[in-house]
Design a protein around this ligand. Sequence first.
Ligand SMILES: Cc1cc2nc3c(=O)[nH]c(=O)nc-3n(C[C@H](O)[C@H](O)[C@H](O)COP(=O)(O)O)c2cc1C
Length: 281
Amino acid sequence: MHRVGYAELAAAVSNAGGLGIITGLTQPTPEDLAPEIDRCRDMTDEPFGVNLTFLPSFAAPPYPEFIHAIIEGGVRIVETAGRNPAQYIPALKAHGVKVIHKCTSVRHSLTAERIGCDAISVDGFECGGHPGEDDTPNMILLPRVGEELKIPFVASGGMADGRSLVAALALGADGINMGTRFIATKEAPAHDNVKQALVAASELQTRLIMRPLRNTDIRHLVGGAGNRRVLQGGELDAGAWSCGMVAGLIHDIPTCKELIDRIMAEATAIIRSRLDGLLAA
Ligand SMILES: Cc1cc2nc3c(=O)[nH]c(=O)nc-3n(C[C@H](O)[C@H](O)[C@H](O)COP(=O)(O)O)c2cc1C
């Protein structure tokens, strides 16, 4: 998550039993990513990954150098997103790096499988960030991907608690990915005002802004400076920031360990009591 996915959060998620992910492009240069990977390794002995988001070519950062920093940093899992990562797969595979590609459609998931990705993170229309162009929510997208894909996939978008986990598993996913929910944790390096705003928000308070307004009317709000002032400075009206409608399901600010433990306990209780109970009735 841009401007939130620093080493502190990635390490906390990995220490809590999840797979924490550093946002590669939050570091201004590949030279800055290398020490960020080292910082994460200092904070956890568990595996963690790096996200590399492939932006439109007119804005392309030096991707080969970012890939080099990831490989040299000994990271074994990369989450790619955005444009097709095909040209970077051979280098990553040659160094034993597993690639999870984030997709918002069945056809992109199948392309990712064909080019050698190891797993897919399926981002439904509910997701925070960029929801793609197909607007298919996870209730439909997850089982559709499950019908066609052979490699494993996790459900991303709208995931917050044990109910989400059990539902995602029922829809065919092998696990869940959470973005917005992790911003409202103690370890997330986001301003407390942002965390409190997520707790206060209902599911009705997000807007899909980039598409309907065609970028230009809101350019002054979505630029980097305003986004930084919100997420890091806590000035909530200084710019736009990403979060999903799952904000409606966020009611507290736990540690990552408390959150993940609670999700596992809730999921277990739902399966053992509610679902088993329904069968027994
Ligand atoms: C503040 C924020 C920044 C994000 N930045 C990125 C990014 O740079 N690259 C990316 O692939 N996804 C990004 N995402 C999307 C998340 O990685 C994840 O797919 C999404 O948040 C899942 O939906 P959820 O928020 O409902 O859990 C971002 C999400 C948020 C909330």
